[in-house]
Design a protein around this ligand. Structure first.
Ligand code: GLA
Length: 378
């Protein structure tokens, strides 16, 4: 009688050992949590470290939903951190460049901070010259989000929730927003956005990572080659508000329909480039909104890294880091000089609330705002 019992016991111990060691950790997918800092004595900010077992690692804090680091292998498997950021929470609190953050309620500009909805006029903060930019003084990039680590069979994730009260930053309606970052086995950083409101409002969420595919702080991004799947862009006035026109990119420095170095025409004599101090414009994507379509492809010749951007959104803001001037001292003491990073912010067009011809950004009670954007590394 004793022997089979012992035998069964050994089998059970073996199975237990196997089940413990055949978790996702075994194929390298994991999430770790650490303390990053504290906003007030009782408001800890956490750093979530997501690894996909394929060489990619994303580090995200629940302050601003900021992607603080994104490690990506190059053509030889060497890993580098390809986003700009800081080492300390204090620097993110002071930051005015929106490094790595979730932007809301409205990504990009609204002319003079004004819009009307159902006959009611609203006035938002004017925090960018005469205009409203990126949600105002304390937008979604400056708030603490509730965070929940997630696991799926082919990805690890982080679900972030924030409830923006009725009237916050001048926006109508209590808006509940959920942003989920997924790091997939296919080397994608996938971002799902969801929001609902209790009063008619406007919403246009985006993500503001600055990329440098050679590694953050290693130089400017002018040698990166960019392709945008867009035949038209929204030309702007001198305060970067769209004129309402959808203009063809053909025969202009805005034409990225073929892979072209960002720096090839950035100093061309062109009124749009003069207004933007370089590229800081919204391209109208060719794909039909709905399923994520290929919006952009970026190739960094030195490392061989390639990033593709897929999105459900109608537009993408390509910003070539024109305001970076060396005053941002980033991770590992690296100085971010002029054009050391670029952003590809998938979103609705700027100033949509005042442009009836642009796709609508209105969200009403009972409706759900959803968008998906994927940064895929090849
Ligand atoms: C966006 C804007 C830019 C600039 C950056 C942040 O990309 O379009 O003009 O404000 O954010 O510095």
């Amino acid at each position: 009688m004793k022997k089979p019992v012992l035998h069964n016991l050994w089998i059970m111990i073996f199975l237990l050992f196997l089940s413990l060691h055949c978790t996702k950790e075994d194929i390298g997918m994991k999430i770790d949590v650490r303390t990053f800092g504290s906003l007030q004595p009782n408001q800890p900010v956490n750093l979530y470290i997501l690894e996909n077992g394929k060489g990619m690692k994303a580090e995200i804090i629940n302050y601003g939903g900021i992607v603080t680091s994104l490690y990506v292998p190059d053509r030889n498997g060497h890993v580098a951190d390809v986003v700009l950021g800081y080492d300390d929470l204090d620097d993110y609190i002071k930051d005015s460049s929106y490094f790595g953050a979730i932007i809301g309620r409205y990504g990009n500009r609204i002319a003079r901070g004004r819009f009307s909805l159902d006959g009611v006029d609203y006035q938002l903060a004017t925090n960018n010259g005469p205009n409203h930019l990126h949600g105002g003084g304390k937008g979604f990039h400056k708030v603490l989000w509730m965070a929940e680590p997630l696991r799926a069979t082919d990805a690890v994730g982080l679900e972030l929730t924030y409830v923006s009260e009725d009237g916050e930053e001048g926006y109508p309606g209590r808006l509940k927003a959920i942003v989920t970052y997924w790091l997939t086995r296919d080397n994608e950083l996938k971002i799902d956005y969801w929001a609902q409101t209790d009063k008619p409002t406007i919403v246009n969420l985006t993500q503001h990572s600055y990329f440098n595919l050679a590694g953050h702080g290693t130089g400017d991004i002018l040698g990166h080659e960019l392709k945008l799947n867009a035949d038209r862009f929204t030309p702007v006035d001198e305060t970067l508000i769209p004129t309402g026109e959808l203009r063809s990119v053909k025969d202009t420095p805005m034409d990225f329909t073929r892979l072209t170095a960002i720096g090839a025409r950035i100093n061309a004599d062109d009124m749009q480039l003069a207004y933007g101090l370089g590229y800081d414009h919204n391209w109208a994507l060719n794909h039909e909104p709905g399923e994520p379509g290929l919006a952009a492809r970026v190739h960094e010749p030195g490392s061989g890294r390639v990033m593709e951007v897929y999105t459900t959104e109608p537009g993408i803001q390509f910003y070539s880091g024109n305001f970076l001037d060396g005053s941002n001292v980033g991770k590992e003491g690296k100085v971010y000089n002029h054009r050391y990073g670029f952003c590809l912010e998938a979103q609705h067009f700027p100033d949509s609330p005042n442009q009836p011809e642009f796709p609508s950004v209105v969200l009403r009670p009972g409706e759900t705002y959803q968008q998906r954007t994927i940064y895929r590394f090849l």
